[in-house]
Ligand binder design. Structure first.
Ligand code: ADP
Ligand code: MG
Length: 485
């Protein structure tokens, strides 16, 4: 794009996985599974005369996230009313936070390239209540208030993100952190975690940022990237033809893969924010913050650094293996069983992930695959000790382990897959294959070096893939060299 740079700030809305809602004891239910309007109470419905009470668990989860995002937690935060009318908001206002958010001035590290860290600043994270959910169907609108009042943490980045790939990396990292903390499942298809992308473009000569648009309706991280690319192109085109970009809220239309204008944007003063009179100012003691900080679990960045420094993995491999806590645990179990870290990392992130993809298992579901970590380590031990070769392990034993749930050794015994390393036996087969393929040998003698790979393939085929590749290659080379003399 040359003279145009992309500028992105992301807003994330994360529901906090508490048992009850933000300001009442009404239970929080699964937004897809539960019967609509089965988890409502007078407060969720905005009945006059009800009074909110702060959910301390939500406050604690919010502080955990703030700390995990390297934020400061000010000693005081305050709820505020954000006034607007919408059918999913029965009170006519949303309780949110405005000028005194729960957490400020943090950052998230992303890795745009292997080994290169970029810090994306987090401006603030504040608590609020979720709205109800509208469904527009056959010309009618249905409203479900189960979600109304569910604790929501809004996390706002600075406009430090410079490409759709960086935006995706930021979103994946934030999702990973929330899952490590156990405060949010990260399930975007259920709307438990939602992203909005603020997008503008900047000309090389600009001193200040230009007008931005805000894209909503992003139901996956991948779609967010696509929507950003689309919007960046649209804005550049407008500027190039001498038009301007109007601040607007845009919707990503998933099926059409394009953007449509939902509404032109309100300004903050149109919401008439004012301090929530029904709730006290919240004081957060230093002792409480320190206690929460001390109890935080290891986070992806820390685990990644440990895998790099203690186990010698590349930064990229370590990032892949630590994105999900359960994958990191699986990997550590394989290493604890005696497999060299680099070997374990390679087999996991290529062969095992490929098998998981083919069987439609998400990475986070690694605990429920048919191959437990100990069995996987068992397979790698057989390769390591030369009982089977890599390709037998990869092509035959591993898929069979997935199918049958059996151990590698049992499969090797049952299917007679043990590697053949006996030089005499291999020599005999090499001679036989060379004899049967005189044309190939002729081409090799005439200077076609590459044909040796085809001959090697024939020999391995003859041995049902069980030959020790290094020994087969050595003997083949020796036999061919002899013919040259
Ligand atoms: P508002 O208060 O209207 O929501 P903010 O200034 O707080 O606006 O910004 C909201 C989000 O938009 C933040 O994530 C911020 O990083 C991002 N943002 C602000 N200005 C720009 C811009 N010119 N281009 C892209 N993103 C921007
Ligand atoms: Mg906003």
């Amino acid at each position: 794009m040359g003279e145009w740079q992309t500028v992105i700030g992301l807003e994330a809305h994360a529901e906090l996985a508490t048992a009850s809602k933000m300001f009442s004891s009404c239970p929080v239910v699964d937004s897809v599974e539960a019967e609509p309007n089965s988890a409502v109470d007078p407060l969720s419905l905005g009945m006059p005369g009800t009074l909110p009470v702060i959910n301390m668990q939500a406050l604690e989860y919010g502080i955990m996230v703030g700390l995990a995002l390297n934020c400061r937690i000010p000693p005081i935060n305050q709820f505020a009313r954000k006034n607007y009318f919408y059918p999913d908001l029965p009170k006519g206002y949303q309780i949110s936070q405005y000028d005194r958010p729960l957490a400020i001035d943090g950052f998230i590290n992303i890795e745009p390239e292997d080994g290169l860290t970029k810090r994306i600043r987090v401006r603030r994270a504040h608590l609020e209540e979720d709205t109800g959910k509208l469904t527009h169907i056959m010309g009618e609108s249905l409203v479900d208030y189960n979600r109304a009042g569910v604790p929501l943490l809004e996390i706002v980045s600075e406009p430090d993100i410079s490409s759709s790939a960086e935006a995706e990396a930021y979103a994946r990292k934030l999702r990973s952190i929330l899952r490590y903390l156990g405060v949010n499942s990260g399930d975007m298809s259920k709307g438990v975690l939602r992203f909005e992308a603020n997008v503008s473009v900047k000309h090389a000569d600009d001193a200040e940022l230009r007008e931005r648009t805000e894209i909503k309706n992003l139901n996956s991280i991948r779609n967010m990237g696509r929507a950003i690319d689309y919007e960046v192109k649209r804005q550049i085109k407008l500027y190039k033809q001498g038009d301007s970009v109007k601040p607007a809220t845009l919707g990503w239309d998933e099926s059409a893969q394009k953007i449509s204008v939902q509404r032109y944007k309100e300004r903050a003063d149109e919401y008439r924010y004012f301090p929530e009179p029904d709730l006290p100012i919240v004081t957060v003691s230093r002792a409480w913050v320190e206690h929460i900080a001390a109890e935080l679990p290891a986070l992806p960045d820390q685990l990644q650094a440990r895998f790099v420094h203690e186990l010698g993995l590349s930064s990229y491999d370590a990032a892949v293996l630590t994105a999900e806590r359960s994958v990191a645990n699986y990997f550590e179990a394989v290493v604890a069983a005696g497999i060299e870290a680099k070997t374990a990392a390679n087999w996991l992130s290529t062969d095992l992930f490929r098998l998981m993809n083919a069987n439609e298992f998400e990475r986070e579901a690694i605990d429920s695959i048919p191959i437990p970590a100990a069995s996987f380590a068992g397979l790698l031990q057989l390769v390591e000790s030369g009982v089977i070769n890599q390709s037998t392990a990869r092509k035959t034993v591993l898929p069979e382990m997935w199918q049958s749930g059996a151990d590698a050794q049992a499969i090797v015994d049952r299917k007679d897959l043990a590697q053949i390393s006996d030089p005499d036996m291999i020599g005999g087969i090499v001679d036989k294959v060379l004899g049967a393929n005189a044309d190939m040998v002729g081409r090799w003698l005439a200077g076609n070096d590459k044909v040796i790979n085809a001959i090697f393939g024939r020999i391995m085929g003859e041995m049902r893939g069980k030959g020790d590749p290094a020994i087969v290659r050595r003997i083949l080379q020796e036999r061919l060299n002899k013919r040259k003399e």
